[in-house]
Every structure is written in C-alpha cells, then in structure tokens.
Ligand binder design. Structure first.
Ligand code: XMP
Length: 511
C-alpha cells in the first residue's frame, strides 16, 4: 500500500483511538503504536502524533519514547502528555497544577497568523484534561495560544515542524479540533488525503487476489456488518472460492436466519445456511448460569463450523471479520504495552478449521469505516446500519434457563420493538436495542380474567463502542404503543418495563 501514513504514538490515553478516527476522517491513513514500540519502518510515516497519557512526566511513572529518528526530522504534533514531555525534557518545566484542569476552555491566540490556526475561530472552545501544567516552554519554544487558566496552551519549536498543544483536539468538545488536525497534517506536514473507501476496496481486492490465488477460503457469516463486508471484499477478489457458512443457533431474531440468508444469496455470495437450532437448544438444556450458556454456545458453534468446513475440499484459509480496535495493542495504566486481544495460533488441540491460514481483510478499519467501505460497494443500507447483536444471541437476554417456548416469546417481543423503532424512524438514532425476558411472573387482568404471566424489559442505548452507554430517552407515546402492542400480541406476556440504567454501573445485556 503506497498511501501517506501517520504514526500515532500511544502513551495510554483514553482518547488515542479518537485521534486515529479523526485522522482517518480526513481521508488520511494512520496507525497507532505503543510509545515504546516504534515501528522499524518509522521513516515511511509522513508525520507523528504523540498522544495524551494518564501518567505524569514528573517522577518515576514518566514514559520515555525513543524520538531520536523523529524529533526535528518529521512534522510532529504533541498532544497533552506529549506536549508536557517535549517541554519537561527539553529545557522547559512542568509542574503540578493548582487545580486539575478539566473541561471546556477558550483559546486566545498569541500568534493568530499561524497556518496552524487557519479557519479556527477566535475564542474557539477546546477540551482540557490534565493535572500537570507547562510552566515554562522548552528551548526554542514559541508560544502560540493561551486560555484563561493555561498560559502555555499551544506552542511550536522554532526551526522544526514540531507543534504542541495542551488540549485535546480529538474530542467532540474541541469544536475546531478536526480543523486544527487538518491544518497540521495537510498544510504543515503536507500529507495527501488519499485514504478513501474506494481506494481501500481496490487495493484490498488486489491484495486478496495475490495473496489467496486459487485457494479456497471459508468464512463464518453472522448477519452482522463486519463479517458481511469482509465477505463482500473476498467475494470480489475470489468469487466462488469463498465458501460462507451461516449458522442458525436458534437464538437469532425472529425470521433473521431466512431473511439474512436470502439477502446473502442475493448478493451473489456462495453461502450455506446450516440450521443447528436443535443442537444448540439441546446443549443449553437446564443451564441458567450466563457464562455456562456462553461456553455451551461457543462449543457447539465450533463443532458445527468444523463439521461444515470439513465438507469443503482442500480449503486453505479461514477469513475473519476482525476490525482495528480488536488488534490495537493498548498501553496499560502502568505504561507497559498490554497483550493483543485476539490471536490465532496454530497450536494443537484446536479444531481443524482453526489450523487454517487466517485472512482478515478489515483489520485496519474502525467500525464506521467498515460501514463506509460497505456503502462504497453498494451494500444494502439496512444491512450496514444493523445494531450490534451478541454472538450468544437471545440466550443472554433470557434470564435463567432456556426453552424453545421462551425463545419464541422473546423473538415476538423483540420483533415488535425493533419494527416499531424502524417505523418511528428511531432505529438509526439508537446504538443497540433489544428485549430481555425476565424470570418473573406477575399478576395482570385481561378482560375478566386474572393472568399470571411473564414480564419483559426493553432496552435501548446510545454508545460509540459499547464500553460505556446511556439509555435512550424514547418518546412516551412510542413506549406506550409498543407496550400495548406487545401485551396484546404476544401470548405469555402481561407486563413491559423500560430499562433506564446507564453503563456503568449496569451493562447493556442483562446477562
Ligand atoms: P455488555 O452487556 O457487556 O455488552 O455491556 C457490551 C456489548 O457487547 C455485546 N455482548 C456480547 N457480544 N458475545 C458477543 O459477541 C457475548 O457474549 C456478549 N456479551 C455482550 C453486547 O451486545 C453489547 O453490544
């Protein structure tokens, strides 16, 4: 790949991935690497960004990157900890701030004619989050901007293309943050904005053709965005040599297996639908503990997938929809790089399909980029906009043990809820939604009869990555209509509640 690329050195800030996303939004390719694992080919990066950090440059927890090949040789933007690092170890001074400087502040320019500030509004709002403060600029430091509480809010180094800012341009609350990053990358570092979904598709298809040749590839489709986009890219590259397997574990949404399978076939994919519902339900019989349910489902999935993969003669590759957040090596709070999350080793004891060579066409992309890549291949909008759905499906939304009847009830409830979200144009405003079947019966009256039936909870959250989430303030009228419809239509349910807990402390799923 010949694109311009940016190196982001991570010092463990919670915002590092956001920096990368903002850079990618400018159609510029970037990679995140731990501060102490600078890639050997660092000269191939056009510019470097130093992230923030929970650590302090003062004292023993200071993190020391090896910048000899970078500093003064490449354009560099140092954010928060990065800025403090440049100050403290190059002739300036960082001290503990009197108060933790956290939240909104407004920039006043000391040098307003800087290219760095082009199209940035006077008094522009920026987001601060630090407890140390830069008391004195480093050698050759030139002050560019201040805020009412932070004198040295932005500076550059005379004679270098090195810029430093105390605030976080990557967060939403820094209203001109994207423009500032653009000024640095495009105007100052002269990086080309050549990373687009179309170019990604073309290059990836070429790469996959060369890498895979005439080999056969097996891929497990889930109905979700990642595996579907990965399948489409591989399909463009190798056509019928891509063998897709879509397993019905009996815990999908109502009609999902049939609908999605038809959709996949319509996309021209070589896909086999395997209905293993009975096998999964059997393995779940009598299990109430959520972790045991997850394990049983994982085990049966591997068995089913392995059986199916054996049906494909001489398959050489396993394709996966792994995305970038799954593979970024993160820097832990103590400063050491922590382990990668997913790995695939050819070790003994694994099912045969896991011993295949692995191909992961989306492993450089964030979720929103996966959607943009899918859109650039004209994939169905509804498929690309689907809410996340957990692998164990409705099993972790049925509290307690699982029976076919409970699955039926929850599928019906969920279908009413999701269909209504769609018809009220609320679906795309919600990050994830679903219904939970509670292990509670309660008294109700229907007509003249007393009932003693199930209670369901509806949950709709907004989030960016599922790590934190808040409940969505759905209109009362929507909740009222949906609740009525569920109780009237779904036999076995006489009470509906709406979950108004945020994560943390609650989780999104109830199990
Ligand atoms: P929680 O419940 O932890 O969920 O707040 C966060 C996100 O993860 C999904 N989730 C799962 N996905 N297997 C999955 O593939 C699981 O076992 C699982 N548990 C939770 C959940 O739907 C939400 O998007």
């Amino acid at each position: 790949m010949q694109h311009n690329k940016i190196l982001i050195l991570d010092f463990g800030s919670q915002y590092t991935q956001l920096i990368a996303r903002r850079v990618r939004e400018l159609n510029i390719y970037c990679e995140i690497h731990p501060y102490n694992k600078i890639p050997a080919d660092s000269e191939s990066f056009k510019a470097v960004i130093l992230s923030g950090s929970p650590n302090s440059v003062r004292g023993e927890s200071a993190l020391h990157p090896e910048l000899d090949n970078i500093r003064g040789k490449k354009p560099m933007l140092a954010v928060c900890y990065g800025a403090q690092y440049l100050a403290h170890f190059s002739g300036g001074e960082v001290a503990e701030s009197n108060s933790r400087e956290y939240g909104r502040a407004n920039l006043s320019f000391v040098k307003s004619d800087e290219v760095f500030f082009e199209n940035i509004h006077k008094g522009s709002q920026v987001w601060m989050s630090h407890s140390d403060t830069i008391k004195q600029l480093p050698t050759n430091g030139v002050l560019l901007a201040s805020t009412s509480d932070v004198e040295n809010a932005a500076f550059k180094i005379e004679g270098e293309l090195t810029y430093a800012i105390q605030f976080h341009p990557e967060v939403y609350h820094s209203t001109d943050g994207a423009q500032l990053l653009k000024n640095f990358l495009v105007k100052i570092a002269e990086v080309e904005q050549d990373w687009t979904p179309q170019s990604f598709v073309e290059e990836t298809v070429d790469y996959l053709k060369t890498k895979i040749g005439n080999d056969k590839v097996v891929l497990g489709l889930s109905g979700g965005v990642d595996s579907s986009v990965a399948a489409m890219l591989l399909h463009k590259a190798i056509g019928k040599n891509l063998y897709c397997i879509f397993v019905n574990n009996g815990l999908l949404r109502k009609n999902e297996f049939e609908d999605v399978l038809t959709q996949y076939e319509g996309m021209g994919l070589n896909v086999k639908g395997v209905d293993a519902s009975a096998r999964f339900l059997d393995a779940l019989k009598g299990l109430s503990d959520p972790e045991l349910k997850r394990k049983a489902i994982g085990r049966v999935f591997i068995e089913v997938f392995d059986d199916e993969a054996h049906e494909i003669k001489e398959v050489k590759w396993l394709a996966q929809g792994t995305i970038y957040p799954d593979v970024i090596e993160s820097v832990s709070a103590t400063g050491g790089p922590s382990a990668t999350i997913k790995s695939h080793h050819n070790v003994g004891g694994l099912p045969d399909f896991m011993k295949l060579k692995v191909v992961e066409p989306l492993k450089a992309l964030f979720k929103d980029e996966v959607r943009r890549v899918g859109a650039s291949m004209n994939m169905d909008k509804q498929l690309l906009g689907r809410h996340p759905f957990p692998g164990p499906g409705l099993a972790i939304r049925i509290l307690g043990d699982i029976t076919a009847e409970k699955v039926r009830i929850l599928q019906e409830v969920d279908a009413v809820f999701i269909n209504n979200l769609r018809s009220w144009n609320l679906y795309d405003k919600v990050w994830q939604a679903g219904a939970m079947l509670l292990p509670v019966n309660s008294v109700g009256v229907m007509g003249d009869e007393r009932t003693y039936e199930k209670c369901v909870a509806l949950r709709a959250v907004e989030s960016t990555d599922g790590m934190t989430a808040d409940w969505v303030n759905l209109p009362y009228e929507f909740l009222q209509k949906t609740s009525n419809e569920i109780i009237n239509k779904v036999k076995g349910v006489n009470r509906v509640v709406y979950d108004i807990s945020s994560k943390p402390p609650a989780t999104i799923e109830w199990e």
